[in-house]
Design a protein around this ligand. Structure first.
Ligand SMILES: [Zn+2]
Ligand SMILES: [Zn+2]
Length: 399
């Protein structure tokens, strides 16, 4: 029996699940929730775990649309994810007091670590993860080898972040080995294919824009995902260049600490040395002033959510005319968009939020270049996109 590929929720952004099986083994890649705004349109993947007999689930990265439903997976099935990805999920579950999730995530027998370049064997299926650049840290693409097929699953990816330069190198050197090891089937994300109008700015450019803004504004409240390592690093470095530190509640700080202890070990760029837990009344040892007094003196970037609870934070520094920066997907604050979030929109409007963001996904021409370099012998299976069935390689503009 040859290799079989089953895609659930192919034609939607988020919540896509891929099952790959041989006569002997079966693996599942990702098992997440549908993204906001997809309700009604998107299918919630249904898997009958008893019937499917899955040997292991591999998670490309920690975003909710890829990992959000891990608790539904029966306890006998091992879960594979990056070690930093596991820690990021632990921080989330801790903040939400989800003891049941913590029991799973902290179980080393159940959750097994992926390491870039190290192959995991599941019967006759071999899975080799390679790091990719995405708005999540510790994200992977998977090369899946069965007795009769070589399959590349890209996961979510881009190449305009700080870690994006390696994308084509990894494909050329390790996946296709300069054309010597052909891939049969390419499963690629295509988010930006359905958001063609969106401009993509690099993380480096985002840093530049933030630095420009902070020149005149030293008191900044930042609405940004606390798991978006690269964008946090962009704002962190823009702030650091003026001696401003980064602050967040205990949850945000736990994520920054995780990034410091993982990505920060590889490069000081991610060490978040001047990141602190916000405790405004805390008297700083040796300085004889409170944290708030220090923040007022030096300036700051405080990572917040666009929720009423944070109005107190902004009002506390109201006399300093702070600015609010919105650094998340624009669709959430775009009236009429299916993912429109009224509460968030009102919050951003109230404080005249400035939009400054870069996408976690590769634009069409980069997806096109990935297809050209991988040059799959049999098929391209687009997932994580709308109108995937209209996917036409010929439409990709050349890089
Ligand atoms: Zn996704
Ligand atoms: Zn993602």
């Amino acid at each position: 029996m040859g290799t079989k590929i089953k895609v659930i929720g192919q034609n939607q952004i988020g919540g896509c699940v891929v099952l790959i099986s041989t006569g002997q083994s079966k693996i599942c890649i990702d098992f997440g929730e549908n993204l906001p705004g997809q309700q009604g349109k998107a299918k919630r993947a249904k898997i009958n775990w008893n019937e499917e007999m899955v040997d292991a689930v591999f998670f490309t990265h920690y975003h909710g649309d890829h990992m959000g439903r891990f608790m539904e997976i029966p306890a006998h099935i091992p879960l594979y994810m990056g070690e930093a990805a596991r820690q990021v999920r632990v921080n989330i579950s801790r903040a939400l007091h989800r003891e049941d999730e913590l029991a799973v995530l902290l179980d080393r027998d159940r959750v097994r670590c992926l390491k870039a370049g190290y192959t995991v064997e599941m019967g006759d299926i071999r899975v080799t993860p390679y790091l990719v650049d995405h708005s999540a840290y510790d994200a992977y693409m998977f090369l899946i080898e069965t007795p009769d097929k070589r399959i590349l699953h890209t996961g979510d990816f881009r190449n305009h972040g700080y870690r994006g330069k390696a994308l084509f190198d990894v494909i050329d050197k390790y996946i296709v080995c300069y054309g010597r090891r052909p891939v049969d089937i390419l499963i690629t994300e295509g988010t930006m294919m359905s958001r063609m109008g969106e401009k993509v700015c690099s993380e480096a450019k985002l840093l530049g824009k933030a630095r420009e803004l902070f020149k005149d504004h030293r008191y900044v409240f930042l609405i940004c995902s606390s798991t978006n390592l690269d964008s946090l690093a962009s704002f962190y470095h823009a702030a650091a260049s003026y001696g401003m530190g980064m602050y967040g509640n205990s949850y945000v700080y736990s994520q920054l600490k995780t990034f410091r202890e993982t990505a920060g070990k590889a490069t000081p760029f991610y060490d978040f040395k001047y990141a602190y837990e916000a405790r405004f009344d805390f008297v700083l040892p040796g300085l004889g002033m409170t944290q708030e007094e220090f923040m007022r003196k030096k300036g700051f970037v405080a990572v917040i959510k666009g929720e009423p609870g944070y109005e107190k934070w902004i009002e506390r520094f109201g006399d300093l005319n702070p600015v609010v920066v919105y650094s998340m997907w624009e669709g959430y604050v775009e009236p009429g968009n299916e993912a429109f979030d009224k509460g968030l929109y009102d919050f951003v409007e109230k404080y005249h939020g400035i939009c400054m963001h870069t996408s976690g996904h590769a634009p069409a021409e980069v997806i096109g270049e990935v297809i050209r370099r991988v040059c799959p012998r049999e098929a391209v299976i687009p997932i994580h996109m709308e109108n995937g069935l209209l996917f036409d390689i010929a439409k990709f503009p050349a890089v």
